[in-house]
Design a protein around this ligand. Structure first.
Ligand code: TUI
Length: 314
């Protein structure tokens, strides 16, 4: 399938894998790129040396394009930027902030920057930096979230920009992908569905927790700190609620979150932060990345064919 996004990125299917910190490491990234999507390393939490190793692992396992996600709030962001430049990573996605002039800096080295935004205002501001595509992420997504739903955000960003928009937040199958294309998106970014794959390196308990989840299993913690994070309800999120209910200060609430994503990825799904999107309730089985991508594309096409029949054009 070809469109503006697949041509820009040199990929077969307009599917990006979310650059999830501690989760999106070389095996998952390689598998997604090999399956025809864009695998993206989650740099958040890594130092420069770890990131370089991960990039080299991917480069040694595939010749296909891949990306690195830079979480702009990461304490190691400067080191990570240096490594991305030195390694001439083909694509960088950014999250949790405004990449600003980093876009031009990367472009001068042949690195394509695709920022993640959660608002129309930031999407418009970034056009001035010459971005060629943008990821608009709704609040259904896992991890750090904005305030607007995918259903409302995508068409508003599509109307505000003239570049391909990649929809993120709440997409777990071909129906979700078709819905996003109906809203004007030209690609999707998928995170949670790719966690429940054989190639994803997280502890099996993390995957099991997502498989067990239902539609109301996630909650957003840390709203009062200005860094809201969506994850599965567990003992940790109840502690967050207690602190927030009793008016604890920002520092105390933030301190509770430190190291908790890594704890969950290592298997502590009760005291750790099991970040995932609301789409968790839709995921029933662990499959290979290749199967997931093939199923999404097949369901995407059959959904669109079904809709065409509905309006008498099938
Ligand atoms: O970045 C994400 N998702 C993440 S990052 C992360 S790691 C983390 N760990 C602990 C606490 C907090 C984070 C887990 N999940 N998604 C991309 C994203 N970016 N979602 C929302 C935004 C965003 C929000 C505000 C992007 C830009 C922004 O701009 C502010 C401004 O300057 O206008």
């Amino acid at each position: 399938m070809e469109n503006r996004l697949t041509r820009l990125l040199g990929i077969t299917y307009p599917i990006l894998q979310g650059g999830m910190a501690w989760v999106a490491t070389a095996p998952l990234v390689t598998a997604v790129s090999e399956a025809g999507g864009l695998g993206i390393i989650g740099a958040g939490g890594m130092d420069g040396k770890q990131l370089r190793e991960e990039i080299r692992l991917v480069k040694s396992a595939t010749t296909k394009p891949f990306g690195v996600n830079l979480m702009l709030l990461s304490p190691a962001i400067e080191e990570q930027i240096r490594v991305v430049k030195e390694e001439k990573v083909p694509v960088v996605t950014t999250g949790a902030g405004n990449p600003g002039s980093l876009v031009e800096e990367f472009a001068s080295l042949g690195i394509l920057t695709i920022p993640v935004v959660a608002s129309v205002a930031l999407a418009k501001r970034l056009l001035r930096h010459g971005i060629q595509a943008i990821i608009a992420e709704g609040m259904e997504s896992g991890g750090h979230v904005g305030e607007v739903t995918t259903m409302c955000l995508i068409p508003q960003v599509v109307d505000a920009v003239d570049i391909p928009v990649i929809a993120a937040g709440g997409i777990g199958d071909g129906r979700g992908m078709a819905a996003c294309f109906a809203l004007g998106a030209e690609g999707v970014q998928i995170g949670t569905r790719f966690i429940c794959t054989t190639e994803c390196d997280v502890h099996p308990a993390y995957k099991e927790a997502i498989l067990k989840a239902g539609d109301r299993s996630t909650v957003v913690t840390g709203v009062t700190t200005g860094h809201p994070v969506r994850c599965l309800k567990n003992r940790l999120t109840r502690k967050f609620e207690e602190l927030e209910f009793h008016g604890a200060c920002k520092e105390e609430i933030e301190a509770l979150g430190v190291g908790k994503l890594r704890a969950a990825v290592c298997g502590d799904v009760e005291e750790g932060s099991v970040m995932c999107g609301q789409v968790a309730g839709l995921i029933q089985e662990i499959k290979s990345v290749r199967e997931v991508v093939a199923e999404i594309m097949s369901e995407f096409k059959s959904t669109i064919s079904g809709l065409k029949t509905l309006v008498g054009e099938g």
